[in-house]
Write a protein that binds this ligand. Structure first.
Ligand code: NAP
Length: 484
């Protein structure tokens, strides 16, 4: 198999916050990989913008160091790296000030796509949008890219949307959720809607329940004081887990297009039922051998912010009525693993009388590590001695199935930035989706705050508090093991 790389049209991409952590860690090394792959046209330009005073040469040196630190083996290709660095420029700009804007306006070319990546704090989004408009730097075809967190509740998300909508149409706004750029997440749609096998079973007649797990081994140290104002619900559930839930539960769109897909996702969010307190478990990690407890990491001894949350949610529509969706995410857990598992119902009747075990088909979709899927099927245990049944996975790890092509798969940021240039919004969140997600999340958080809810402690390196296991045990179900 040979991967096809289709170059995008030429562009001027301005990265506001072009000296920041996200730009250095993800955006610029990702663009370099697209340059190597031949997807970034030779005359495309990247313009870093931030308040620090530096010239093009200093910016190029900073980006070279970032690629050496965060890029892979490709950073050793010095000739290509130099060619890439020549595509970079820098302009000193304060998002809230006057200086630099005329200079930026003069740098932009008319003949190419203009894209503006707001890799800065959300409090600067409206200022940037207003100045891009005022200085006529953005035109009707320009695109802007914004990062999470997109608000911390419904009101703040609305305010951000309004700040952008004052100067840009929704079709120009690309709200990044990098989970949507992951290969497996898109494969989820290919598997559901590109095969005859799954869609007829994808409903409450055949599915027993669905589990979504996003587990991390790291704690919040380093960004503890920031995280402490957010917590797992705001930081992970409202965006990443919600997006996975939407893709797994949505109705088939009429076609694979931005608004068709996003309309269906929105319907899922709107069908989500309020969650009762007995269906949620919040947790906070304790101290372990290799690190302090959450409160120490968060620099807040009295913190009641959750570093873990597990919940049972219901989608009230014809397809999913009665099927529980179990979501969990946490820090300092036993392995770094993100997985969606669709667990099918038991057979109504077994003809194998000697076999007392409970066999269930299950489709598991792994986002990390080892992106891939496996389908658990029941077969006869080989050998003599009658009909004994065992469950085996039909494994499709992409790296095994696709060979070198799997390694050529662009990472989420690379893919999403190229989608911005192509003008494809399918894998980006629409404003109404984000607001609907907050409208569902807000009452849950409000309830914790008014009750003064205290998270349950859990051991680092575990699967979260015991109460999370009970959440499923009480329904006769169990969480999948978290395996790295
Ligand atoms: P960061 O390391 O603090 O960088 C912030 C950048 O913004 C710097 O380049 C800074 O440069 C610039 N900046 C700050 N104030 C400015 C102003 N008034 N005008 C113009 N530029 C200004 O932050 P980050 O980690 O890169 O995060 C950027 C955004 O992405 C945040 O909203 C963050 O929540 C989000 N995000 C980050 C990550 C990540 O992995 N880092 C992941 C997901 C989302 P100067 O100080 O020189 O102006």
């Amino acid at each position: 198999m040979v991967s096809r790389v289709i170059p995008v049209d030429s562009f001027d991409l301005v990265i506001f916050g072009g000296t920041g952590d996200l730009a250095r860690r993800k955006i610029l090394p990702g663009l370099f990989r697209r340059f190597i792959a031949g997807q970034m046209p030779a005359d495309a330009r990247i313009i870093g913008a931030a308040r620090s005073d530096m010239d093009d040469a200093a910016y190029r040196a900073m980006v070279e160091a970032a690629i050496a630190e965060f890029g892979g083996q490709e950073s050793k290709d010095t000739k290509t790296l130099q060619a890439f660095l020549e595509r970079l420029h820098y302009v000193a700009i304060d998002a809230t000030g006057k200086g630099g804007w005329t200079q930026l306006a003069a740098m932009m070319r008319d003949s190419v796509i203009r894209a503006f990546y707001f890799s800065v704090a959300p409090s600067l989004f409206a200022d940037l949008a207003q100045r891009l408009h005022q200085h006529k730097i953005a035109d009707r075809e320009s695109r802007i890219v914004v990062e999470k967190p997109f608000g911390r509740d419904l009101d703040s998300a609305r305010a951000l949307n309004e700040g952008l909508a004052a100067h840009f149409d929704e079709r120009q706004i690309y709200r990044i959720d990098h989970y949507l750029g992951k290969e497996t997440v898109q494969n989820l749609m290919a598997v559901r809607f590109g095969n005859v096998l799954f869609e007829p079973l994808w409903n409450n007649h055949y599915v027993d329940h669905i589990q979504i797990t996003v587990a991390e081994t790291v704690g919040v140290g380093g960004r503890g004081s920031y995280y402490d104002k957010s917590g797992a619900m705001r930081d992970m559930v409202q965006n990443h887990l919600m997006q996975l839930l939407c893709l797994i539960a949505m109705e088939p769109p009429a076609l694979f297009g931005a608004d068709a897909v996003r309309d269906e996702k929105l319907k899922v969010i709107r069908a989500l039922q309020p969650v009762e307190p007995e269906n949620i478990v919040r947790g906070q990690y304790e101290a372990g051998e290799d690190g302090p407890d959450y409160a120490t990491d968060a620099e807040n001894p009295r913190s009641t912010t959750e570093s873990f949350v597990a919940m049972q949610v219901e989608i009230a529509n014809w397809r999913w009525a009665g099927v529980p969706f179990y979501l969990r995410t946490g820090k300092r857990m036993k392995a770094r693993s993100s997985e969606i598992a669709v667990v099918f119902q038991d057979l109504g009747h077994s003809i194998f009388k000697g076999d007392k075990a409970r066999h269930r088909n299950m489709l598991s979709i792994r986002l990390q590590p080892n992106e891939g899927m496996d389908l658990q099927v029941t077969i006869k245990e080989p050998g003599p001695g009658g009909m004994r049944l065992i469950d085996v996975p039909l494994d499709m790890t992409f790296a095994d199935a696709l060979g070198p092509d799997a390694e050529a798969v662009p990472d989420a940021y690379e893919r999403l930035i190229m989608d911005v240039i192509r003008g494809d919004q399918t894998l980006f969140m629409r404003g109404d989706e984000v607001e609907a997600a907050w409208a569902w999340t807000d009452p849950i958080i409000h309830d914790w705050e008014t009750r003064g809810d205290v998270p349950k402690p859990y051991e680092p390196g575990s699967a979260g508090p015991e109460e999370a296991a009970i959440l499923m045990h009480r329904d006769g179900r169990r969480w999948r093991d978290i395996k790295g």
